[in-house]
Design a protein around this ligand. Structure first.
Ligand SMILES: NC(=O)c1ccc[n+]([C@@H]2O[C@H](COP(=O)([O-])OP(=O)(O)OC[C@H]3O[C@@H](n4cnc5c(N)ncnc54)[C@H](O)[C@@H]3O)[C@@H](O)[C@H]2O)c1
Length: 468
């Protein structure tokens, strides 16, 4: 079966910003037809998919069906928001019997698709994942897997019991840079790993958007920062460490700056009414309105209007009354803005991870790995540089990227594309080995994240016995 684009689906428009995070660099764009010779994921049948949660991420993965309609077909959608549901229904001509306002109604039906993509809010992952696993759907589940250890374990158990394929959207496992680093480490080029240093810069306005005003601002409503933002960073450190077991973990972190005490004198409760807004780097006018006035309605502007409208009037109205127009010093946020995690693996190998809000760069991760024979360094989309201690010279390695990454799947350096491609191929060919973020490895790294957070909250080093 070929993989040229075409078919009857309607163009969904430019999509990368709608993917929840902005498009990053290093993404190739090009013609809509991919050279089958370069595609290791050629599949022999079409996989039918139900999308549960048609927001930024659910819509993002649906682009794969638009570009590769012979590989994936969207046959159902569940979302309480009318515009989000209808958008996918119209784009993919979904039969109205398969359009639901809630995931529960869809899960009550006998299975009518091969797979389900679950892209609901963080606290709403466990219940649908378990229910759809029991219905026999293969599952692509957004990260974090779930918001408690018990719920993560229940998901893994349900997937095992029903023998279904689970892939968690730990996109970094599919990122060409992470894979190149892993390949180099496994080749022994830097000798034995002694230390990994990894940083995630969240970006100052991104933090204000998502973690002060937005969906991930409040732990009780969503989850804690390390889980919501950086579970895939802890996961990728674990991935690079190979089979080594983490034995100790400690963490510090706090919410800096975005608290009531830091509210400037004279500031109003909303940016549109604020007389000192001009001196505030987190002003909603700057982050949203000025962008829209310049014609940009992509992410993050695209998520401000809860009805999906993209015009200045709707945006202004949303900033006047909705969550994204609030003063950053007057929100109900409580998640931390900066956190460090130290990990000790067996054999005394260490890792240090930093997540920080107050950065110019956004999502451009920086990694240094020290080995006994050399040092590896990479920032963003590469190249990956290796300094050889014996030769005293640096060699740059370029991560292998696909010749073409479809628009809308370019976020995370194209990893969104590699992830959905792997998942669809794994389901079509019944090859779970194509999944790099399956149940066990994801559970292992999620457990580290929960333990790191316990360390932070209880101010103690956690000694990891048997985590099972
Ligand atoms: N892998 C990544 O790098 C990455 C990036 C961003 C977000 N995420 C995760 O993806 C998930 C979705 O995030 P998003 O940015 O798309 O959020 P979003 O708010 O845009 O989308 C969530 C959707 O779920 C829908 N929903 C709510 N209740 C529902 C129900 N009962 N039944 C069906 N649908 C329901 C909402 O209406 C909304 O459309 C979150 O868990 C988030 O943390 C992952």
């Amino acid at each position: 079966m070929g993989n040229s684009a075409g078919g009857t689906t309607r163009n969904l428009g430019k999509g990368s910003p709608g993917c929840g995070e902005p498009k990053t660099d290093g993404v190739d764009t090009g013609p809509r037809v991919q050279d089958p010779g370069e595609d290791p994921y050629v599949v022999s049948r079409q996989v039918t998919v139900l999308i549960v949660g048609a927001g930024s991420r659910g819509k993002c993965y649906s682009f794969y069906a638009q570009y590769f309609p012979t590989y994936m077909k969207v046959v159902g959608v569940a979302d309480p928001r009318d515009f989000a549901r209808k958008h996918l229904q119209e784009a993919f001509h979904i039969d109205s019997d398969n359009v639901f306002e809630d995931w529960k109604t869809a899960a009550e039906r006998e299975r009518f698709a091969d797979a389900v993509i679950i892209a609901t809010p963080d606290s709403l992952h466990k219940a649908p994942a378990v229910a759809f696993a029991h219905r026999g759907y293969h599952i692509l589940l957004e990260k974090p897997m779930a918001v408690t250890v018990e719920d993560c374990k229940e998901i893994v158990q349900a997937c095992k019991t029903n023998n279904i394929i689970l892939a968690v959207c730990h996109v970094l496992r599919y990122h060409p840079v992470s894979l190149k680093i892993k390949e180099l480490l496994d080749s022994g080029i830097i000798g034995d790993i002694c230390h990994i240093q990894h940083q995630e810069p969240i970006g100052f306005w991104h933090f204000a958007h998502s973690f002060v005003r937005g969906n991930w601002r409040n732990e009780a409503e969503s989850s804690f920062s390390l889980l919501a933002k950086s579970c895939h960073d802890i996961d990728v450190i674990n991935f690079w460490m190979g089979g080594k077991r983490c034995v100790k973990i400690s963490s510090f972190g706090s919410l800096s700056h975005f608290t009531k005490e830091h509210k400037p004198a004279g500031a109003a409760a909303r940016c549109l009414d604020c007389s000192v807004e001009g001196t505030c780097p987190y002003s909603a006018k700057k982050i949203y309105l000025e962008q829209a006035e310049n014609g940009y309605f992509g992410w993050p502007v695209s998520v401000v209007c809860s009805n999906g409208q993209k015009d200045i009037e709707s945006l202004t109205e949303a900033l006047r009354h909705g969550p994204y127009g609030r003063c950053v010093y007057e929100c109900d946020n409580d998640v931390v803005s900066n956190q460090v995690v130290n990990l000790e693996y067996e054999g005394g190998v260490t890792a240090a991870f930093t997540m920080v809000a107050f950065t110019k760069k956004l999502g451009v991760r920086r990694t240094t790995i020290s080995g006994t024979k050399g040092e590896l360094f990479c920032e963003g989309s590469g190249p990956v540089e290796v300094y050889d201690f014996l030769q005293r010279k640096t060699t740059a390695f370029t991560p292998k990227k696909a010749a073409f990454v479809p628009m809308g799947l370019g976020a995370h350096g194209g990893a969104d594309f590699y992830l959905i491609q792997s998942f669809i191929s794994a389901v079509a060919e019944n090859k779970p080995s194509l999944i790099k973020s399956g149940a066990e490895e994801t559970l292992n790294s999620h457990l580290l994240v929960f333990e790191a957070e316990r360390s932070r909250k209880e101010s103690k080093v956690v000694i990891l016995q048997d985590m099972e």
